[in-house]
Ligand binder design. Structure first.
Ligand code: ZN
Length: 101
């Protein structure tokens, strides 16, 4: 029989690793929190919960960096500086020549 506390610490390690997996893309950090959970059990999970989320700021940053507008031809959302629509394939370079800048 495996002692109960070993099961608890291993499960804590997995839970901490899963939480970190959703927060960071760094595999070494996920592994670090896995061993942290194995070492200190439930406290490793708590540390993973309070750890800063590294993914959502990057998503917000990319949204700021890439403003969107709707395609004049098919009305689908495309990047504001796109010269070709990814949905309908229309090109905008001729259109921009006629637009006042
Ligand atoms: Zn389009």
């Amino acid at each position: 029989m495996i002692p109960v506390y070993i099961c608890v610490t291993i499960i804590s390690g997995f839970v901490a690793a899963v939480i970190m997996e959703s927060k960071t893309e760094s595999a070494s950090k996920v592994m670090a929190y896995f061993f942290l959970g194995v070492t200190i059990g439930i406290f490793g999970i708590i540390l993973a919960i309070v750890a800063p989320n590294e993914k959502s700021p990057q998503v917000q940053f990319s949204q700021i960096q890439q403003p969107q507008r709707s395609c004049p031809f098919c009305k689908e959302l495309i990047l504001a500086d796109a010269i070709k629509c990814k949905h309908c394939g229309e090109r905008f370079d001729e259109l921009f020549d006629h637009l006042p800048s």
